[in-house]
Design a protein around this ligand. Sequence first.
Ligand code: NAP
Length: 353
Amino acid sequence: MLSILASFIAYWRSTNDCNSKTGVPTYPMKAIRYCEYGSADVLKLQNVEKPVPNDDQVLVKVRATSLNAFDAGVIRDLWLVRLFFGLRKPRDTRLGQDVAGTVEAVGKDVTQFKPGDEVFGLCRGGLAEYTCSRERALATKPPNVSVEQAASIPLAGLVALQGLREGKIQPGQKVLINGATGGVGTFAVQIAKSLGAEVTAVCSTRNVDLVRSIGADHIIDYTKEDFTKSDQRYDVIFDNVCNHSFSERRQVLTPKGICVLVGIGGAGVTGGQAIGRIANNFTARGLSSFTNQKFALYGIKTTKEDLIMLGDLVESGKLSPVIERTYKLSEAAEAMRYLSEGHARGKIVLTVP
Ligand SMILES: NC(=O)c1ccc[n+]([C@@H]2O[C@H](COP(=O)([O-])OP(=O)(O)OC[C@H]3O[C@@H](n4cnc5c(N)ncnc54)[C@H](OP(=O)(O)O)[C@@H]3O)[C@@H](O)[C@H]2O)c1
């Protein structure tokens, strides 16, 4: 009777990651899980079940992953987060949107990948030894791109590329990137330059040299100067921060200019700031339909072709991911603590031994 009870408990623990403990038999992989909301301390390295790919999915042995502002947002104990991600506790305890690694197995409908292929792309639960991705969310990793570089590209690179596309940039146009030195911003500055734009980067004093090194033509230090108070006019504002009002940004847009509303300020924003900026973005989007200037709300699209394009840009040296720090998977809480301060330069990558 006792042995039946013991094996039931072991089975129950094995199906519920948050209850797994070292010592309970046969957990085939390690992964970071967050089973409650809070600070970076809620990230725990656990022994969990290895995921099994669906018919259209690829099982990837993770070699590197990276953190995004999204990951810092979903773990926070805010009512808005609870509303969307689980009222009492997180519904999905996995973390991590980016992956670079080796294909371990494929579902029966997968045609473009086979075991052994080196890939990178988007996933759910990249902070783990294995993760599953849909076939269309992955691309082949170019041989000359390191796994760390590949893991830094997917979410931030796609947001930068697709967000700038919303701005319909033409060569010679003036483009302002607000929030130029985070994960998304460092890709956006370089991609806007490669599209032939004249780029103005908005950043803090300590990052002036960084944005210059990645190609910004002009730099505005937001601790000393408010870009909305300048006489300059921009064809496109790529706004990662959205900390100015509709009318303030209109004043620095050309008469038919486009402001792409990308985000609300990265990993360091407070709950109050986040809610205020979300409301601000919807208001700006609504009001702009009465003007010739456009305020576009941007949302990421999972596009294999864009991943391939980003990989090719990195391989050819036209795009160089900025990776400030690299941690081990087991140091995820420390990495998240640093990202959550809101001033990471470029990307924070985690490698999986
Ligand atoms: N729409 C979508 O589908 C989508 C998808 C992913 C991400 N996003 C959004 O994209 C945004 C950027 O993400 P991320 O990963 O790049 O974040 P991040 O790495 O945390 O970077 C945030 C950047 O904001 C800068 N910053 C902070 N306060 C600023 C201010 N007052 N003025 C100008 N810059 C300021 C910081 O630079 P300093 O250190 O110099 O202060 C930092 O470089 C986030 O808001 C995120 O939510 C949107």
